[in-house]
Design a protein around this ligand. Structure first.
Ligand SMILES: [Zn+2]
Length: 348
């Protein structure tokens, strides 16, 4: 199994050079960087070609991505918007910056200025005050007792529910009304500086509408998408407007990714529409490994040669039993894995 991460990084950074409308790009910058993403794909294509030549035609190959890509227009400062709606309050008179005082010694400071500080060793004994300006954590800036909803770090929205949240103020009986109000405002959301976009909210869903299983409670109460996720969720409250330019590059993930399957086990591969969660069980099955019962996805049986499916029954196990059912490595295999990990720098 090979993972190519460079194409993700390239698209985050260089998307604006293939899909701009960005007035600050100069001709010379365009000339240098507009080929970066294409070049990245070509290099990976060459690498895959080399792997496939070595693997031979008898190997079934899957090429998958865990997301697609598209433009990143702006940050959406959700807490700022909640503040505008009167659902969140920021503490008054508390600066978003805080100062961190500590003492170092004079010698450390001089080392940064002069090359040869040997003669100044005695300055190690002289204390020197250092002040660092730190960004105060968003949670510190929120006045929780006057806040009904807030942005969750996972990209969602949480209700500040009494009995669940440390400073919860919303009674369980108020939740439905709050969500209805919130959804209606979200459906009216516009970015005045982008009038061509009209209403920018795509969808807003409760966690139970997206997830199922024993850990649903761990998710945020609501999740949302704005303009195909080109507006990125951000929790900051020390900003002037609910929208702001991103400092994170110009490309961001999209829901739909790449799925390519070929080789002898492939059967009507073109006719399937796999879900992301189906990839892991399918790969485990191809590798001759058991599939965990707790996995939400299903093996892509429609895309697999029926004779192979008949002669290779799927083994389902609970994750707790996984170790027992997995094939044991021989000591020779273990040595090979150890060498491989050493080569990658994971073991020393
Ligand atoms: Zn990424």
């Amino acid at each position: 199994m090979v993972v190519f991460t460079s194409i993700d990084r390239l698209q985050h950074l260089f998307w604006r050079f293939i899909d701009s409308g960005d007035a600050i790009l100069t001709e010379s910058a365009l000339k240098v960087y507009s080929g970066a993403i294409g070049d990245g794909y070509r290099q990976i294509d060459n690498a895959i070609g080399e792997i496939l030549r070595k693997a031979g035609r008898e190997v079934t190959v899957l090429i998958v991505s865990d997301h697609g890509f598209g433009p990143l227009k702006k940050y959406f400062f959700l807490n700022k918007w909640l503040e505008e709606l009167g659902l969140l309050q920021v503490k008054k008179g508390l600066s978003p910056k805080k100062f961190n005082f500590r003492f170092t010694n004079m010698h450390r400071v001089l080392t940064k200025i002069f090359r040869d500080t040997q003669k100044l060793r005695w300055t190690k004994k002289i204390p020197f005050p250092v002040v660092k300006v730190l960004q105060r954590d968003t949670d510190e800036l929120i006045d929780w007792e006057k806040t009904k909803a807030y942005a969750d770090p996972s990209g969602g929205i949480n209700i500040n529910l009494r009995s669940r949240e440390p400073y919860g103020v919303v009674e369980p009986g108020e939740v439905e009304e709050l969500i209805t109000y919130f959804k209606s405002r979200f459906s009216q959301l516009v970015d005045e500086s982008e009038p061509q976009l009209e209403k920018i909210g795509d969808w807003i869903l409760r966690k139970e509408e997206i997830y199922s299983g024993p850990y649903v409670e761990e998710a945020a109460d609501l999740y949302y998408s704005i303009n195909e996720r080109s507006y990125l969720h951000n929790r900051r409250v020390d900003v002037h407007s609910k929208f702001g330019l991103s400092s994170l590059g110009s490309g961001m993930h999209r829901k739909n990714g790449v799925f390519i399957m070929s080789g002898p086990l492939c059967h009507q591969c073109n006719s399937i529409s796999p879900r992301m969660i189906d990839i892991a069980p399918t790969v485990l099955y191809f590798m001759g490994l058991p599939v965990m019962k707790e996995m939400d996805g299903r093996i892509l049986a429609k895309a697999i040669n029926p004779d192979y499916l008949k002669s290779h029954t799927v083994q389902h196990v609970l994750s707790g039993e996984y170790r027992e059912k997995s094939p044991e490595y021989s000591s020779e295999d273990e040595e090979k894995i150890r060498e491989g990990l050493k080569g990658l720098g994971y073991l020393s």
